[in-house]
Design a binder for this molecule. Structure first.
Ligand code: PMP
Length: 288
């Protein structure tokens, strides 16, 4: 595997950054996960825009233009002869001193890894996922902007571990007010009486790129969608539930906290959305 770091390609074993990089010392940096479908980097510009917003939010000036980053992503896929894959783009604050202050970190690192991901087995898209709510809460917006996709993912990691301790692959995270925010690496949607619902970003939902794609899909399918506060009660009693994310794509959920969702099989609207998503995936983005 060829890994890109600041304009150069390295073999996996030689792809290294400094132990003084504040990305490592403090999680000081931002990242994106992006999919490659049939040589099409899906929604590349949307991912780069979110990266730019994340970087601006943490006062990290990106020394690369959008186009330079896009070309670097495309070239990394080409170097690895990928047709389908998963791309991890990381920007670290760069090498600095041992203090918290980023003063002196003058050389941010742009790292691009293009490989494979299979988060869930193909069979799960047929049978649907069972999830639970975990105690760890979504970071409060007053503590840190929840829209920033930063290298600090520990609360999501802890939440995922809590789910795993009980034998589940994914978990609902509530916000400080007890409303449903999202899952550990996915946004959440429900369908009740023909209307689709998803928590607003003000309730702690990341502005997911897949979530935006889903919004377009439901418009095309004439499905009404509302962003709203969702309680666990709302989710338990929904007719359908599904998750969206770059790695998860659109994953049907058939059980939440031991409550069967609808009839306990992937919902009809969920399946329609998944079908359209798969058609769009290799068509909307930048091509190698
Ligand atoms: N929420 C969190 C916390 C995530 O990490 C992700 C994955 N990036 C998502 C939601 C889904 O976002 P996207 O559709 O952009 O992958």
């Amino acid at each position: 595997m060829k890994i890109y770091i600041n304009g150069k390609f390295y073999n996996e074993e030689d792809a290294k950054i400094s132990v003084f990089d504040h990305g490592l010392l403090y999680g000081d940096g931002v990242f994106e996960g992006i999919r490659l479908y049939e040589k099409c980097v899906f929604k590349l510009d949307e991912h780069l825009e979110r990266l730019e917003y994340s970087a601006k939010s943490i006062l990290l000036t990106l020394p690369w233009s959008r186009e330079e980053m896009a070309q670097a992503v495309l070239e990394t896929c080409r170097q690895n002869a990928l047709i389908n894959g998963y791309i991890r783009l990381v920007v670290t604050r760069g090498k600095g001193s041992l203090g918290l202050s980023p003063k002196g970190c003058n050389d941010p690192q742009l790292i691009i890894i293009a490989g494979q991901i299979s988060l869930y087995s193909p069979g799960l898209y047929e049978s649907g996922l069972k999830i639970i709510t975990v105690p760890t809460r979504r970071v409060a917006p007053g503590a840190f902007a929840t829209q920033v996709k930063s290298l600090n993912y520990l609360n999501n990691i802890i939440a995922k571990m809590e789910a795993a301790q009980h034998g589940y692959l994914e978990a609902i995270m509530l916000n400080e007010q007890g409303y449903v925010a999202e899952c550990t690496a996915d946004n959440i949607f429900t369908v009740s009486k023909g209307i689709m619902y998803t928590p607003d970003s003000s309730d702690g939902a990341l502005k997911g790129v897949t979530r935006e794609v889903l919004k377009k899909i439901v418009q095309e399918l004439n499905i009404p969608l509302k962003t709203t506060k969702l309680t666990r009660y709302d989710v338990w009693n929904a007719d359908e539930c599904f998750l969206t994310g770059t790695a998860a794509e659109i994953m049907p959920v058939v059980e939440v906290d031991a409550r069967k969702i609808g009839t306990g099989v992937p919902g009809e609207m969920t399946q329609r959305c998944l079908k359209v998503f798969r058609q769009k995936a290799s068509k909307e983005g930048r091509f190698l």
